[in-house]
Design a binder for this molecule. Structure first.
Ligand code: UDP
Ligand code: MG
Length: 337
């Protein structure tokens, strides 16, 4: 029987958690031919989330949880879930009921057909403001322009991953995680299914515009070094322009003498150059900062509590677990599909 683990990162979700669990178990009850367990990852919530998780896991032996020692962010919480989940397949979903659990059977059926990564593609972003949609559009455009992999549009974290993909994601231990990009980066056979994003059942989203901006920078810098190349290009273009201008000034001075003027031009050029230099420095800084963060090699998250037990890390513990083994084939994919 196939073993499927549903990984749910939760951060301050006390209002929806029970509702989510009720809805999920309704769907899971219908599933006969596989054993499904839930793994909640409490991402350092400050409300009753952890308490609710303790209760749920006491009531239902199929509910497990990990509680991180503080808020590490959704990306790290998801990795904590993936590290701890050992199923034949893992389903990632949000706790706020924006990802409808009713789609799980369909996801599993596509997985059985042989796909490794069944991603759910949102068909509309109508629940978002126009500004947010425009920004998302621009972000995808830029990312697609500069990167070699095909970026999946409007595909989020709601997906089913075969254990091969989970094992692959576990190998990627970068601190600054842009999971959306990592899903694309690992490759494997992907199937996109459309779905409607539901409005949040209760509680509120933790994503501010600033956080989204940070995520976008994260996405760009962790995926591509194109901005660095852009600075080289800018430098080159500005130098060429400067040289041409130099000749103009020189010839002007030779032909017509050199009356002291040109304060506005001087200012413009200086300010422009200053701007370009600061921008280039900033871009360099973004990458340098990332190198600095990664070079510290800190663990990506710390688990404080796991299924009712306190977690104590031994000094030699490494969260990195390399899973290398061969497994049976699930189904043969028809390449023409
Ligand atoms: N989440 C998390 N850690 C965080 C922020 C969010 O684990 O620091 C979880 C949250 O509980 C939810 C999911 O990530 O299950 C998506 O968060 P949210 O609904 O705030 O984001 P949105 O749906 O607006 O993208
Ligand atoms: Mg949400």
């Amino acid at each position: 029987m196939d073993k499927i683990v549903i990984v749910v990162p939760c951060y301050n979700e006390q209002e929806v958690l029970r509702q989510f669990y009720a809805k999920l178990s309704n769907v899971l009850r219908e599933l006969q031919d596989c054993s499904v367990s839930c793994l909640f990852v409490d991402d350092g919530s400050t409300d009753a989330t952890l308490q609710i998780l303790r209760e749920l896991s006491a009531e239902d032996s199929n509910v497990h949880y990990r509680s991180l020692s503080r808020n590490f962010g959704k990306e790290s919480a998801m990795l904590a879930g993936l590290d701890a989940a050992n199923g034949d397949a893992v389903i990632l979903m949000d706790a706020d009921l924006q990802h409808p659990p009713e789609l799980i059977p369909e996801m599993i059926s596509w997985w059985r057909k042989g796909y490794d990564d069944v991603c759910m593609k949102r068909t509309d972003r109508r629940d978002e403001t126009i500004f947010k949609r425009m920004m998302a559009n621009l972000f995808y455009r830029v990312l697609q322009m500069v990167s070699r992999c095909t970026i999946q549009r409007n595909v989020g974290d709601f997906r089913l991953l075969d254990r091969r993909c989970v094992a692959a994601l576990r190998l990627v231990r970068e601190n600054q995680r842009f999971t959306k990009g990592l899903f694309t980066w690992i490759g494997f056979r992907k199937k996109e299914l459309p779905f409607h994003v539901q409005p949040r059942a209760a509680g509120k989203t933790t994503w501010s515009y600033f956080a989204l901006y940070n995520l976008a920078v994260e996405g760009l810098t962790s995926f591509t070094t194109a901005p660095l190349r852009l600075t080289t290009f800018l430098g080159l273009a500005v130098s060429l322009l400067a040289i041409s201008y130099m000749f103009i000034v020189l010839i002007n001075a030779l032909l017509y003498g050199d009356p002291v003027a040109g304060y506005p031009t001087l200012m413009t050029v200086m300010l422009f150059l200053g701007g370009v230099q600061l921008l280039s420095l900033g871009i360099l800084g973004e990458y340098l900062g990332r190198v600095f963060m990664e070079s510290k090699q800190r663990p990506i998250y710390l688990v404080a509590e796991a299924d009712g037990k306190d977690v104590l890390y031994a000094p030699e513990d490494s969260p990195e677990r390399r899973i290398v083994r061969s497994v049976e084939k699930r189904g043969q994919l028809d390449e023409t599909e």
